[in-house]
Ligand binder design. Structure first.
Ligand SMILES: [Fe+2]
Ligand SMILES: [Fe+2]
Length: 167
């Protein structure tokens, strides 16, 4: 194995964090669906898929460097939300937490002169910039629309999606 035991354990911990995010987004998607907001709900289901992909990416790296995969217990996630705004605020907080976790991993890699892991982690550093930006944008959109006009948020997301994938 070309990474330290400490790095192996820390990467395995990050797998749990990503799977925790996956579950949290499923819960949020379900809550949003219960309000009849199908477009926004779909966005959170997609977000959940991405988190699972992140976990798999880390697992693949652990295997590639000859370290041992160990998937730990995933902490429980909240299913109780009062408003869409509250759920999206929780999402942004979660992304901020994950950003700090990734930064800590990068700091460890640099401290250990583990350039292979540092290079691997760079993708996650960049990804977190994107995730924070898009979640912050969504939160401001939801706040600007207000609860009475939440359907406008759905329209906006649909329009953005069709701009990205013109048919
Ligand atoms: Fe992630
Ligand atoms: Fe994320």
């Amino acid at each position: 194995m070309i990474i330290s035991k400490k790095m192996q354990d820390s990467l395995n911990e990050q797998v749990v964090h990503e799977l925790h995010s996956h579950n949290a987004y499923l819960a949020i998607a379900g809550f949003i669906d219960s309000l009849g907001l199908k477009v926004l709900s779909r966005r959170f289901f997609e977000q959940a898929d991405e988190e699972r992909t992140h976990a798999l990416k880390i697992i693949n790296f652990i295997m590639d460097v000859g370290a041992t995969v160990a998937v730990g217990a995933i902490p429980t996630t909240t299913n109780k939300f009062k408003t869409v705004e509250e759920a999206v605020e929780a999402s942004l907080k979660q992304e901020e937490r994950v950003t700090a976790q990734i930064n800590n991993l990068m700091a460890l890699a640099q401290k250990e002169k583990d350039y292979a892991t540092a290079s691997f982690l760079q993708w996650f550093i960049d990804e977190q910039v994107e995730e924070i930006a898009s979640m912050s944008d969504l939160l401001s959109l939801i706040r600007r629309a207000g609860p009475a006009n939440i359907l406008l948020v759905e329209d906006r997301i649909l329009r953005e999606e069709s701009d990205k994938h013109p048919t």
